[in-house]
Design a protein around this ligand. Structure first.
Ligand SMILES: O=C(CO)[C@@H](O)[C@H](O)CF
Length: 538
């Protein structure tokens, strides 16, 4: 018989059903990634005609992806792995991630097909008629503003909805997408027996039955009460009728939702005991892949800058998103997005550092922490955290100035971007702790002088981490954690053998004194700009 602890390279698989591709990694018991593969929708599944994995509709607001493209991508990867001789018999467990907020609509009767898959046929050949909505709404959609206002009104306003579900209403959040489908396509809605997220849809394919939605990805729907971990009846009924029965009950993210479907045992040679651990959102899975712990913060420095926070006591607000934590059921995580990220850094590099990153770095090295009290706000596109546009500079005496010398401008930009991150993170309940690590990733994380400012502003060491596969790797880690289900082994223990991130910068001496004084100053000026640009409170 199959002995899970003898024989070849026993492993766990981590899947990521993301916007542009389906990706898989195989991780062995020493937590080394020894196999990875991906199928790109635009390149490998041309017949669907997607761009960036999606279809942007004529209205410029509606954005969808064909659900059967996701199914066919899975077929393609599994067939390729089989052809390469991947030894599926060594897979002890698998888990995965999906782009957040997207939704899949299973047509009445689909469960019979899902539970009776023939191992002689590809999945997409058998699931052709299983979806009442062929084009799934995805996170890039912004066509549900009306539904967002209706939902907020139904529960007592934006802050009330945020306190309940962790976020104010956002167009991409699934409850608003379901409301739009119920309102505009009631026929399809009435022929829908189950609604999945992309994550639980992918898990359902492996399970051969409907997988429940996990607490963490479920927190991205404007439907789940994140404290009690139950659906909010007020939100459900505000979106569509009979919704709870179509969603099923949510489960803890570390749950083993069942054993792999016999389809995979017979067609690919997976062991019958292979466990399926609940799939979750790509960002929660990335937090797991980065092995974020209490007090840590992950900063993804890209086109827009994204903060991943670990929160014990969240303070839901009108900005950012609070989700149930994917690896610790008692805690939470938060996402905070700053749209003026690398585009702003490149603009100031071009204007004030002769288009050169080395001059940019020189400017940072030639100016002091605190920039002699000069503070700047640089938002060439409308910022969302907070909602400010334009450039605003202030001297040490709090007087508005129209320009800074080149090197002062460079430091004002970087200090301002990182002080804003700390202030808004603390607004959501984040606190720097003695054991805090900052994990930096993305383009700007290759610049040590930029990371030095990050370390100084937060008063914590900065490590660099490669997050290219973090959602997949995090999913494989969560699969290992699922194998230890029932042992109460914490996730951090299960993954302690994983490779460590590399230390890149530690706080300069005197940093905390400088920024403890400057942070409140920066916060006050931000409020002053908001008051001016937003106009007097109504
Ligand atoms: O909308 C988002 C998070 O709220 C995106 O990061 C998607 O999860 C990307 F797939």
């Amino acid at each position: 018989g199959w002995d899970p602890w003898r024989g070849g390279r026993r492993c766990c698989l981590g899947w990521d059903f993301s916007t542009q591709q389906v990706k898989v990694v195989a991780v062995d018991a020493e937590l080394n990634v020894f196999y990875e593969d991906s199928v790109h929708f635009d390149r490998d599944l041309l017949e669907f005609g997607t761009q960036g994995g999606v279809h942007v509709h004529e209205d410029g607001l509606t954005v969808t992806s064909p659900v059967l493209m996701w199914v066919q991508a899975l077929d393609t990867i599994l067939e390729r792995m089989k052809a390469l001789g991947f030894d599926f018999s060594q897979v002890l467990a698998l888990s995965g991630a999906g782009q957040q907020h997207g939704s899949v609509y299973w047509k009445t009767g689909a469960s019979q097909v899902l539970t009776n898959l023939s191992p002689d046929l590809l999945l997409h050949k058998q699931l052709q008629a299983c979806f009442s909505i062929k084009d799934s709404p995805v996170w890039m959609d912004s066509s549900t503003t009306a539904q967002c206002r209706q939902l907020e009104a139904a529960v007592g306003g934006a802050q009330a909805l945020s306190s309940l579900t962790g976020s104010r209403a956002y167009e991409r959040f699934t409850g608003n997408q379901i409301a739009k489908i119920y309102q505009q396509n009631p026929e399809a809605y009435s022929h829908t027996e189950r609604i999945s997220l992309v994550s639980s849809f992918a898990a359902s394919l492996f399970l051969g039955s409907y997988s429940p939605i996990d607490y963490s990805d479920g927190s991205g729907m404007n439907l789940l009460q994140i404290q009690d971990k139950v659906w909010s009846q007020a939100c459900l009924s505000a979106c569509a009728p009979h919704l709870e029965e179509k969603l099923g009950s949510p489960v803890p993210s570390c749950s083993v939702v069942g054993a792999i479907s016999s389809y995979y045992v017979q067609r690919y040679g997976f062991p019958p005991g292979c466990k399926v651990v609940a799939f979750t959102g790509d960002n929660p899975a990335s937090l797991a892949g980065m092995r974020l712990e209490e007090g840590d913060i992950a900063v993804s420095l890209g086109t827009s800058d994204t903060l991943f926070l670990w929160l014990q006591e969240p303070i839901p607000a009108l900005e950012g998103h609070i989700f149930c934590n994917p690896v610790d059921p008692q805690h939470y995580m938060a996402l905070l997005c700053f749209k003026n990220g690398s585009l702003m850094r490149e603009k100031i590099r071009d204007e004030s550092a002769s288009c050169s990153w080395s001059d940019f770095s020189k400017a940072l090295r030639s100016t002091e922490m605190g920039n002699s009290g000069n503070l700047g706000f640089y938002f060439d596109i409308m910022e969302i955290t907070p909602e400010i546009i334009g450039r605003h500079r202030f001297s040490a005496e709090n007087l508005k100035v129209s320009a800074f010398p080149g090197d002062v401008e460079v430091r004002a930009l970087i200090e301002g971007q990182f002080m804003a991150k700390r202030i808004h993170a603390e607004g959501l309940g984040y606190r720097v702790m003695p054991k805090t690590k900052i994990l930096a990733t993305g383009g700007a994380s290759h610049n040590k002088d930029i990371l030095q400012v990050l370390a100084d502003v937060f008063g914590a060491p900065v490590y660099v981490i490669d997050t290219a596969n973090s959602a997949c790797v995090g999913s494989a880690y969560r699969a290992f954690h699922g194998l230890a289900a029932g042992t109460d082994l914490p996730f951090s223990e299960v993954v302690k053998l994983a490779p460590n991130p590399q230390l890149a910068a530690t706080p300069s001496s005197g940093a905390s004194q400088v920024y403890e004084a400057l942070l409140p100053q920066y916060a006050k000026l931000e409020q002053r700009i908001l008051a001016q640009t937003r106009g007097p409170p109504e």
